[in-house]
Design a protein around this ligand. Structure first.
Ligand code: PEP
Ligand code: MG
Length: 969
């Protein structure tokens, strides 16, 4: 998950008045809603015209689609693992598993290119285009299975599943048992000698097809699924609790009622033709590429829309054929901790969706896993062995075959595998394998374990680290002492590690709304579904009543690195009443709880957290990064505390110390205000004299923390009006402090008001109009450096001038700095080496970098302002429209988060090249927020920058990204 980025807050008021901004955003949202209403009407009209245009266009375009369908089966395949872009991850690996001789039901994959055609030209054209190839592929599956599609006497039934290039668990649609109708169900019942199995498959098919293809879903979040409602009714009439207690007649009744409901909903009979069903299924999978949750998931994981999804059609195998059948999910290593321990879950006599949906309690595959699980659940060994035996106990030979297959797959792919399998009447079938999603901790451990085992080399191990995911390892864990006192009120499965504490909410929408108000929330659900993704993304943690380690909640939470406790079976969640009962206590929405995703414990109230450990495998990844990286990673830190934190994370110096941030704490703001409000030089000097020792003290702390490393201190850069007091009370306080009238203060505040403060009197413009400020700051830096040097600390001060656009501006400020330094050296009888450089953050500075380099010892690219000024997007106001821009595809990402290499990047490149043309030894870095974003770090490293600088918590991320850039170069 992408961490929220603070786009360089420079102002005190901005820092203080979040609430006000939110209010403004709310007003804006109302305005947008009204605007949206009118636009929708207009859009509907335009769309009709656009559609006509598209249809005309599509009929005119003669697309020459290449091969669109790839078959596999019986040890042969037209595709292979390297064709992931075309066949999607699932399709490519199904092909490869066939080639490896593993038992895979035969089938075929429709390529991702077809999905793009579908999105562009629509259903009719695409169906017509691929029909011949699909028909041929079905014939090849018929030949391999000996069954016939759309044949009531010997039916071939298939599954239709999505499969994109990057795995998107649960985000798209699947239809199983496709090809069934009233005639085939009778044949299946007769052939299998198991009418219950046949009818159970049929009712599942009607239900799934109705939901996925015909769109019969709950209308809103608290409604129950229309099919579940019918099911509950039938169970109630029958007086049973579980699905598997229903008998053949009940299942027949269910099919009847499901079909009636479909007829009522769609106005049409449920389709009997297998071909009609197949095209419905294929198109539904393509449609699901553009469903809301898939779009959201892609946005969160930066998966391009153009990738499209493939569709996999495969002969059905059945895990619900009786007690000799089963289905499950397995991992070759532990996806939560990374431990080298095969694990997984299965259900006897069930179909795939039963395992992930959390409807029945899944059992563990290995005895060891089963015992661990039972211990966590507080279940005795006798009860475990009787009620929840492992697959190793129930079907030992098949368990051994599965474990062996898993090892072979991991050996082949050299990475942890996440597999789906089905056992049909005593035979194992592999339905999927992929590199498994894992937590940040597991990612690091697995990469290092594989390296130590000699399976992969150092470079591969480093490339296995998703830099952004390291973020999870840097965040707090529960404080051990606080944890001892905390009361455990429930226990579930440790589905995704981490510590979470927050207020209870029950709906994803509420999670979003509450977190927008700045609240920390824990999302509590009976079970999660892909619709809950938004809520999961903003919650601190997720607690579910149902669902195992492979439930949707668990898989998605692990992917996001979000703390999750799943399957806490003892808790009782009531959505309508908005309560959850745990250990006899009723918790309401808004009550605090804490989750330990590593143990599965749920605690009452808020439990304190502390800093994480950073050695072990994590430390080794960091060392390896240093070995390969050619670009240093500095940090943006304004206080000795942040500087010390950043050193722990391995920062190799400070790339940006924003001196205005040093004034936010305590009483310091008053001295700054006094300086700003003074009407003459005299008054300003008095105020500056108060600020000098504060700054010097902080600089000393920072130099000490960065002993031996470079420290870039930037001169003051605040839009002035943001530092002045706006409320009457604050103005009165300042008036008393300065011995002037409140009216005078008010008048001065008004005089400092700017229409466009971000482009106003800030940066070096301030130091040029008030040179005494630069003088004071230069003095504080040099004096601090000398004091530290005297204490034996190695200091390398670099004084940086902000917002320079012309050479003359830099010359002006450099003069003051050099004169002040000389003065201090003289006074102190001691010298230090120092550098004077500049930010490159105004486009003109990049354009004239060759001139500016004549004076500058170093450049630091301020890509926050450079992005603001290149796009012309105000940093403060852009979030209001950028969200929409991303939604409609004008921008793929927020350019304040990810450097726009195409546009802003040109200025950066030009700045580096022109600067070094004048001064080849020019030191160059970046200190905008992009300095911690992996793709931007790689861009800067490739330009030959000496360093990138980012906030302390992103230092490890940038270190790995820098190493990867060097490896990939
Ligand atoms: C920048 O503009 O990129 C920068 C680092 O400065 P600030 O964010 O403080 O404006
Ligand atoms: Mg800036």
């Amino acid at each position: 998950m992408q961490a929220k980025i603070n786009v360089g807050t420079t102002g005190y008021d901005r820092w203080k008045s979040d609430q006000f901004r939110r209010l403004q955003l709310k007003k804006y949202a109302i305005y947008l809603a009204v605007f949206h209403y009118f636009m929708t009407a207009l859009h509907a009209k335009l769309l009709t015209n656009e559609q006509t245009y598209l249809n005309t266009k599509s009929s005119l375009i003669k697309t020459s689609m290449a091969k669109t369908v790839y078959t596999f089966g019986d040890g042969k395949a037209e595709g292979n693992a390297s064709m992931r872009n075309l066949l999607g991850g699932k399709g490519a690996n199904l092909a490869e598993m066939n080639l490896l001789g593993m038992p895979v039901p035969p089938g075929f994959t429709i390529t991702t290119e077809v999905c793009n055609e579908y999105t562009q030209y629509g259903r009719d054209k695409v169906v017509a285009d691929i029909k011949p190839e699909v028909e041929k592929a079905i014939a090849s599956v018929e030949a391999l299975t000996g069954n016939k599609f759309d044949d009531p006497t010997n039916p071939l039934l298939v599954s239709v599943r999505s499969g994109a290039r990057a795995s998107m668990p649960g985000m798209m649609d699947t239809v199983l048992n496709l090809g069934m109708n009233d005639a085939t169900v009778a044949t299946m019942a007769e052939k299998s000698g198991n009418p219950r199995f046949a009818w159970d498959s049929y009712r599942r098919f009607v239900q799934m097809y109705g939901d996925v293809v015909l769109g019969m879903k709950p209308k809103n979040k608290t409604d129950i699924d229309p099919f579940e409602e019918i099911m509950d009714k039938v169970k109630e009439e029958k007086g049973v609790k579980f699905d598997n207690e229903l008998e053949v007649e009940d299942l027949q009744e269910l099919v009847k009622r499901f079909k009636a409901a479909v007829k009522e909903y769609t106005g049409k009979d449920f389709p009997d033709s297998a071909w009609e069903q197949l095209w419905g299924g294929i198109c539904a999978v393509f449609d699901s590429w553009m469903n809301e949750r898939a779009i959201l998931y892609r946005r969160m994981n930066q998966i391009p829309e153009e990738w499209g999804t493939a569709v996999n059609v495969q002969a059905m195998v059945y895990g619900n054929m009786g007690d000799n059948s089963a289905t499950g999910v397995a991992f070759s290593r532990d996806a939560a901790t990374g431990e080298n321990l095969f694990n997984g879950e299965y259900l006897i006599n069930a179909q795939g969706e039963d395992v992930v949906a959390g409807i029945r309690t899944p059992q563990q595959i290995t005895v060891e896993g089963s015992r661990r699980w039972a211990a966590l659940q507080g279940i005795t060994e006798e009860e475990r062995a009787a009620k929840y035996p492992s697959l190793e106990e129930t079907m030992p030979a098949l368990a051994a075959e599965l474990i062996d297959t898993a090892h072979r797959l991991e050996d082949y792919y050299k990475d942890m595998q996440d597999m789906e399998f089905t056992i049909q009447d005593g035979k194992l079938w592999m339905l999927q394998t992929r590199n498994g999603k894992r937590t940040g901790a597991a990612m690091v451990k697995i990469a290092m374990d594989l390296l130590r085992a000699g399976e992969i080399d150092e470079k591969t191990a480093l490339l296995r680290i998703e830099p952004q995911k390291l973020d999870e390892l840097l965040h707090p864990v529960f404080d051990k002492e606080a944890l001892k006192k905390a009361k455990v009120v429930a226990k579930g499965l440790p589905a995704s590690p981490g510590a979470a504490t927050g207020q209870i909410v029950f709906q994803a929408d509420d999670a979003e709304a509450w977190s927008e108000q700045g609240k920390k929330v824990v999302l509590v659900r009976i079970e999660t579904s892909p619709e809950d993704l938004r809520g999961m993304a903003v919650a601190q943690g997720i607690l579910t009543m149902r669902g195992g380690m492979t439930s949707h909640a668990a898989v998605v939470a692990r992917g996001m690195g979000k703390c999750c406790v799943s399957g806490a079976g003892e808790i009782v969640v009531d959505y309508k009443a908005k309560t959850v009962t745990m250990d006899g206590k009723v918790y309401n929405e808004g009550d605090w709880i804490s989750l330990n995703g590593s143990t599965g414990d749920v605690y009452d109230g808020e439990v304190r957290t502390t800093e994480p450990e950073l050695d072990g495998d994590f430390g080794e990844v960091m060392e390896l990064s240093n070995k390969y990286a050619k670009t240093l990673v500095r940090t943006n830190a304004d206080t000795p505390r942040d500087a010390t934190q950043a050193r722990r994370f391995g920062a190799q110096g400070i790339g940006l110390c924003r001196t205005e941030h040093m004034f936010f704490e305590g009483d310091r703001i008053k001295a700054v205000r006094e300086m700003i409000l003074s009407s003459d030089l005299e008054g300003r000097r008095v105020a500056l004299a108060k600020l000098l020792p504060m700054q010097r003290g902080d600089f000393e702390g920072i130099f000490e923390a960065m002993d031996g490393f470079g420290v870039t201190v930037r001169l003051l850069d605040p839009p002035l009006h943001e530092f002045v007091p706006h409320t009457e009370a604050a103005q009165k306080e300042m008036a008393d402090e300065m011995g002037i009238s409140a009216e005078e203060v008010k008048a001065k505040v008004e005089s400092l008001e700017e229409f466009n403060p971000m482009l106003g009197h800030r940066g070096c413009r301030l130091g040029i109009t008030f040179p005494e400020i630069t003088e004071m700051q230069a003095r504080a830096i040099i004096e601090a450096a000398i004091n530290c040097k005297r204490k034996g600390i190695e200091v390398h001060p670099e004084i940086m001038v902000p917002l320079v656009g012309t050479l003359k501006e830099l010359q002006h400020q450099a003069n003051i700095i050099n004169i002040t330094a000389a003065k201090v050296f003289d006074e102190q009888g001691e010298t230090v080496d120092y550098k004077v450089g500049t930010m490159i953050e105004v486009p003109r500075a990049a354009l004239t970098a060759n001139q500016i380099a004549e004076v500058a010892d170093f450049f630091s690219f301020g890509t926050n302002d450079l992005t603001q000024m290149t796009f012309g997007y105000s940093r403060d106001d852009a979030p209001k429209f950028l969200k929409h821009y991303k939604e409609v595809g004008i921008l793929k990402v927020d350019p304040f988060e990810v450097l726009d290499q195409e546009g802003v990047g040109q200025l950066v490149r030009m700045g580096v090249e022109k600067g070094r043309a004048t001064k080849p030894e020019l030191k160059v870095g970046i200190c905008g927020e992009h300095g911690g974003e992996p793709s931007s770090v790689k861009f800067c490293a490739n330009l030959g920058m000496n360093y990138v600088s980012c906030s302390p918590f992103r230092v490890p991320i940038a270190r790995v990204a820098a190493a990867q850039a060097a490896i990939e170069a």
